[in-house]
Design a protein around this ligand. Structure first.
Ligand SMILES: [Zn+2]
Length: 985
């Protein structure tokens, strides 16, 4: 046999059961001859009688793909036929007869070997598990079992038949057709480089999103074919799973962390906060000893919600986890306080003394097994002390998506290296390639195979594997991420360029180049532009995800989406002759391009609505004096424009009213807040110094002004109900921001506290707001209602109902009109229906038809709108008409006007003599706009009309009436964003 390729490399084969150490190197052997010798077409698959259910399942998989590839059913038989090529699957007497010994194989390792006319595929399988049953089970724990024969079969199918398992199903699985196929002499012994190779899809909080039928089973199946971990090293808050508070809360309160107030943390089970310099460490040790020596949880009195059990997430055979709960309270007892007072490194070291202390006792007493914990704030720093070799550490790092940002990544990589060296490679990484928090950008693909390959491969000298936390709203965004992750973790020398080229070629044939360009552009955009725009902050280098504005106007601009659309069209055009490839391209269009188009459309429609949300600041006259005393008793406040706040987001619970008033003086902007507060006694706010950076945590209001309109530089004021103010000049960085509290506005302000409300008056000098103040600019106003007892009430309020990303979400601000001279003056009031409540047929200055209307209704609709958050809804179910009117003050005779409005119809049908929906101006005569009235069903449609008023009688003050008609019809009409203004000559 001629040896063409001999690949041997080392791996740290850490085994369950401790038969291996860091020095125990496994040698990968891939030894494949050059001459084709054994014909697979016409072969038998042999499953010997006394073999595992895993092997039987593996044989079925092999049969399925070989049969599809050859176009003829390949039989499964019980023993080899002398004249036929036989693929013998699983451990059997035949394999042993040929001297194949799997005993020394590392976990997940397998052998593929040709002997005479036989091809043997074998690995260690769990004799108790039936994969067919396991795949029906939703619990992740049921999938941690040995199935190395199955891995051998997949390797054989990939290597010799050319099958590719990108994701389950016809679209994501490539099965080349073979009329003839022969394999050379084979001698392969393979096992993964990393023992830990796990990723999570979106089975957790993103479950509500796109979840096809059968998804869980298919995803588990995917992990089988991608050969991910078959064992679990527990390492996530193990100490939560012992019931310490119930066991010792009464008898040994000193076991629990002393808080800043001198009290012990005796609530919060199952998340105990412990004192690691107390007797609890002895109990933790005894629990660890009991588990590792095979004793029951009951023998130690362990209490969990599942009873007295060692929960699988916290202890698995040979591994015992002692990681504390998140948000660790650093104990302030006499012993701990001095340790934690010496800075972050000293605090981290002190906690590692506890971890290592447990592991050292386990080792000293010759108890077999590993103690595991994460390196996680506040104990993420590499300790100076020696870490015993029976410890496995899991380090939390950002991971692959940061690959493009050398500055940030070098710091992290250095930490991985130092930890890896400290624990001799017994380090697992917890990485975050998931769309969470500000990265949860719906519709944008986080498809990033390149950086995933480079990241996990380069850590090979320091880690035993990694967990890639990887939720997203769509499995398909990450299908190749998972594939590449699994291939790299199996073999860190995987050639990613080759793998990707092959992927596009086998999936898309003649359209490979176009499709590769499309997908590579997704990765470049996600990691290079969306994941994080790097910037220097006083805290060191940071990254901020791109803002919605950047995403939809620059990164995935309408032009960029158009180009993608054309590229997909081109790919479809050149693959018309191959039905499956064409199907794949259409599938990818649906999974990748369509969500982008949908999200883009949503962004621009929302932007349209936001731009319609305006608040005209009333000019303050010289005689209208305002005394800044916090008391809103001046008549100017009663007469000026006002807006009310809405709960932020979809917050539910009891609400309170908040009203904002605004006046513009010669050189100052005057604002007043009236915050209704039925529970003034419970309000939490401190008497703080000016520019204290914690004022926002108090019961407070906030003002955001962006006078230049650049959506970058803005001013931020926070005033708590004790009258403490902070003012800052702020700068938007992607979707984050930096605040400069040194900036001083020179504002005059005062808070007044009343029985059931608190009020604020503030006068902001206009000159402090920069040189460029637009007549109309983005602004928002918010309120945080902070009380001593958290009950079912709404905490956060905002004027703009569009905020999505917290108070600093500049793109979702409304705008204030400071100076309406430059804008065209709208003659109608509340014409976006943002203010007031219907009281019978009256809505502020609007009034309904004075008639008894059994069949008509007037209401405000908060679910649909064009501008702002609300619209007007007129409905009719029978005879009659609904008419909403407003007097137009100051309409001039013989003058040209413009009317603009938006209307939407649902099932409007004639029901009388003059049926239809329209707007109307009466100025002595009627102007019907339009002349031909609307009916039927129609989405929001913009209407624009020019008209000239009639001549008026001299001497009489001229007035007109504006009306919205739902005349003699049944059905519903909505109106919004109505503007009536004079056309200047
Ligand atoms: Zn303590």
């Amino acid at each position: 046999m001629q040896i063409s390729k001999l690949i041997v490399c080392g791996t740290l084969s850490l085994l369950l059961g401790f038969s291996a150490t860091a020095n125990d190197k496994f040698k990968r052997k891939i030894d494949i001859g050059q001459k084709s010798e054994l014909s697979l077409v016409g072969c038998n698959i042999v499953v010997p009688q006394k073999t595992s259910k895993v092997a039987a399942f593996a044989a079925k998989e092999l049969q399925n793909y070989l049969s599809k590839s050859f176009g003829t059913q390949v039989p499964i038989v019980k023993s080899p036929a002398s004249k036929k090529v036989s693929i013998i699957v699983g451990n059997s007497t035949t394999a042993r007869k040929y001297g194949i010994n799997i005993a020394t194989l590392p976990r997940d390792g397998f052998i593929i070997k040709t002997i005479g006319k036989n091809i043997i595929i074998v690995g260690k399988d769990d004799p108790k598990v039936d994969p067919v049953r396991a795949l029906k089970n939703r619990s992740m724990w049921k999938h941690y079992y040995e199935r190395a024969t199955l891995f051998g079969v997949y390797d054989f199918l990939e290597r010799f038949v050319g099958v590719r398992f990108y994701f389950p199903g016809e679209i994501g699985t490539v099965i080349p057709k073979h009329k003839t196929l022969a394999v050379p002499a084979i001698n392969i012994t393979d096992a993964p480089d990393y023992v830990a190779r796990t990723y999570t899809v979106n089975e957790q909080w993103m479950k509500r999103r796109i979840l096809p039928k059968d998804a869980t089973r298919m995803r588990r199946f995917n992990t089988y074919r991608l050969r991910t971990s078959t064992s679990y090293i527990p390492n996530c808050h193990g100490l939560n799973a012992r019931g310490y508070l119930k066991r010792y809360g009464k008898t040994h309160p000193e076991y629990f962390a002393m808080m800043g107030n001198g009290k012990r943390a005796l609530s919060g089970e199952p998340t105990p906060q412990l004192c690691y310099n107390s007797g609890i460490t002895d109990e933790i040790y005894k629990d660890a000893k009991a588990f590792l020596e095979g004793n029951s949880a009951a023998s130690r009195g362990v209490i969990t919600k599942w009873g007295a059990v060692w929960s699988q997430a916290s202890a698995t055979k040979g591994y015992y986890n002692i990681m504390p709960q998140d948000g660790m309270i650093l104990c302030q007892c006499a012993k701990c306080k001095p340790l934690f007072a010496k800075g972050k490194k000293a605090a981290s070291d002190a906690i590692w003394d506890f971890f290592c202390g447990i592991a050292e006792r386990v080792k000293k007493n010759k108890i077999p097994g590993y103690i595991t914990t994460m390196a996680y704030p506040p104990y993420e720093r590499v300790p100076d002390r020696k870490v015993p070799d029976n410890m496995i550490v899991k380090l939390a790092v950002r991971g692959p998506w940061q690959e493009h940002s050398a500055k940030m990544q070098n710091l992290e990589d250095d930490r991985v290296k130092r930890w890896g060296e400290k624990v001799g490679g017994k380090l697992e990484l917890w990485t975050y390639a998931n769309k969470f928090s500000k990265l949860d950008i719906i519709g944008v693909p986080s498809f990033t195979p390149r950086c995933i390959a480079s990241y996990y491969a380069k850590q090979k000298d320091y880690i035993l594997g990694a967990y890639m936390e990887s939720e997203s709203e769509s499995f398909y965004y990450h299908y190749l991420n998972y594939y590449v992750f699994s291939k790299t973790c199996w073999n860190t020398s995987t050639d990613i360029d080759k793998l990707l080229t092959e992927h596009y070629k086998s999936m898309y044939g003649p359209a490979a180049k176009i499709m590769q360009d499309i997908f590579e552009s997704f990765e470049k955009k996600w990691t290079g532009k969306i994941f994080g725009v790097p910037y220097n902050s006083p805290m060191g280098p940071k990254t901020a995800p791109a803002s919605d504005y950047q995403i939809w106007t620059q990164i995935y601009s309408p032009a960029a989406l158009k180009k993608l659309d054309n590229d997909f069209k081109q790919a479809e055009k050149i693959t018309q002759k191959d039905a499956l490839i064409l199907k794949r391209i259409k599938f990818m269009r649906q999974k990748f391009l369509e969500p982008l188009q949908k999200a883009s459309k949503k962004y621009f429609s929302l932007k349209n609505k936001i731009s319609g949300m305006t608040f005209e600041v009333t000019p303050k006259t010289a005689e209208n004096k305002i005394v800044i005393d916090g008391i809103l008793n001046e008549s100017a406040w009663a007469k000026c424009g006002k807006v009310t706040f809405v709960p932020l987001g979809k917050a539910k619970g009891k609400r309170v009213a908040t009203t904002l008033y605004a006046l513009k003086g010669k050189d100052k902007l005057y604002l007043a807040f009236n915050c209704s507060e039925p529970q003034m006694a419970k309000v939490i706010a401190g008497k703080r110094k000016k520019d204290d950076s914690s004022i926002w945590k108090d019961n407070s209001v906030e003002i955001f002004l962006n006078p230049s309109g650049d959506k970058k530089h803005y001013y931020h004021f926070t005033i708590n109900s004790e009258g403490a103010l902070s003012d800052a000049a702020s700068l938007k960085k992607g979707s984050s921001q930096e605040e400069n509290l040194k900036w001083d506005s020179g504002a005059e302000y005062k808070v007044a506290k009343n029985k059931t409300s608190w009020t604020l008056e503030i006068a902001i000098p206009l000159k402090s707001l920069g040189n460029e103040i637009k007549d109309q600019f983005p602004a928002n106003f918010c309120r945080s209602r902070v009380l001593s007892d958290v009950k079912d009430y709404v905490i956060y309020y905002s004027w703009s109902p569009f905020l999505k990303k917290g108070f600093h979400d500049l793109e979702s601000f409304g705008s204030i009109i400071l100076n309406s001279k430059g804008t065209m003056k709208n003659l109608l009031t509340n014409s976006s229906f943002e203010n007031d409540k219907f009281s019978g047929r009256y809505l502020g200055k609007w009034y309904g038809l004075n008639a008894k209307l059994a069949n008509q209704s007037y209401s405000i609709d908060s679910n649909v709108s064009v501008a702002g958050a609300r619209s007007l809804k007129l409905s009719s179910s029978g005879p009659g008409k609904a008419v909403l009117s407003q007097a137009v003050v100051g309409l001039k005779p013989n003058t040209e006007y413009m009317l603009v409005y938006y209307v939407k119809l649902d099932n409007v049908k004639p029901n009388g003599r003059y049926p239809g929906v329209c707007a109307n101006i009466w100025d002595g005569k009627n102007h019907w706009l339009p002349k031909k009235w609307f009916s039927g069903t129609m989405p929001w449609t913009k209407q624009v009309y020019k008209f000239k008023t009639s001549a008026q009688k001299p001497g009489k003050k001229f007035q007109g009436i504006f009306r919205l008609f739902l005349s003699h019809v049944t059905g519903t009409a909505w109106f919004d964003n109505i503007k009536l203004y004079e056309l200047k000559k």
